[in-house]
Write a protein that binds this ligand. Structure first.
Ligand code: NAD
Length: 263
């Protein structure tokens, strides 16, 4: 295989993307689908799932709350039927969580953030790993982290805590699973264009008492390239991580963020 050919994932990879009906997860699901993979997604939003499977025929989907272990078990029942095995898990589910000073953060919101962002990755990993061990095409686990898992993030402590935990999980699983040929890497997106970032900027503007425009400017000024990244930038890295060219890449937390200098 030439180096150029090795930059694409092998055709026919069996890929599960959590929270894959919209946003970054959907961009990843579509990218793998376009690359000839068999893709199954799960999501908590039925309408978004329906839209995805209609616009990308061939992608299959399950309704699930990724933070609920029983829902995750049902997703794997579906995966056995639709994919028949698994070569790639993309642990993408994650919510922004609350914005505010630590003494103002509601315990329920803290727990929900940890449940969706961290517990979900554990529920999916523990079910996926036995299947990945049976894969014969260079199995891989991708964990969706964040720049908030590389830098401290004041007023977003629940989110940052969950995303730093993802890096610890990634590095531990890479060591644990490397001898069985399973690679484990985290992708750390920075500021991704889209509805979610608009909401994050608006919440932070409200929390700190500045206008939304001024807050957006502040966000761009922290990025060396002075632009946000796109969901497709993140999907491109996910494809690369599952390509033969990345066969010796594991245990890494890789940023896609235009070099976000500070938060
Ligand atoms: P998003 O808010 O656009 O949501 C994507 C999907 O997640 C939606 O379809 C939603 O229905 C689904 N979802 C939400 N809660 C769920 C749950 N409990 N179970 C199943 N599905 C659920 O998210 P996004 O911006 O695409 O982010 C995806 C991942 O990337 C997250 O882990 C996030 O932390 C990370 N990330 C995002 C950004 C960003 O700027 N958008 C930056 C860094 C990291």
């Amino acid at each position: 295989m030439s180096i150029v050919d090795s930059l694409r994932p092998r055709a026919g990879l069996r890929v599960l993307v959590t929270a894959g009906a919209s946003g970054i997860g959907a961009a990843i699901a579509r990218a793998f689908h376009d690359a000839g993979s068999q893709v199954h997604v799960c999501d908590i939003d039925r309408a978004a799932l329906d839209r995805l499977v209609v616009t990308a025929p061939g992608i299959t989907g399950s309704m699930a709350d990724a933070s609920v272990a029983a829902d995750v078990d049902l997703v794997f029942d579906d995966v056995r039927g639709t994919l028949g095995g698994l070569d790639v898990l993309v642990n993408n589910a994650g919510i922004a969580g609350p914005t505010g000073p630590i003494e103002g953060i509601d315990a329920g919101e803290w727990e929900r953030t940890i449940a969706v962002n961290l517990n979900s990755q554990y529920y999916f990993a523990r079910r996926a790993v036995p299947m990945l061990k049976r894969s014969e095409v260079g199995p891989s686990l991708i964990a969706m982290g964040s720049v908030a898992g590389r830098l401290g993030y004041a007023f977003r402590t629940p989110y940052a805590s969950s995303k730093w935990a993802i890096v610890g999980m990634t590095k531990s699983l890479a060591i644990e699973l490397g001898p069985q040929g399973i690679r484990v890497n985290a992708i750390l997106p920075g500021t991704v264009e889209g509805d979610r970032m608009r909401a994050v900027i608006a919440a932070r503007a409200a929390a700190t008492g500045v206008s939304v425009d001024a807050m957006r400017e502040q966000y761009l000024n922290k990025i060396s390239l002075r632009r946000m990244v796109t969901a497709d930038d993140v999907a491109a890295l996910a494809l690369f991580l599952c390509s033969p060219a990345a066969r010796n890449l594991t245990g890494q937390a890789i940023s896609v963020d235009g070099n976000l200098e500070y938060l």
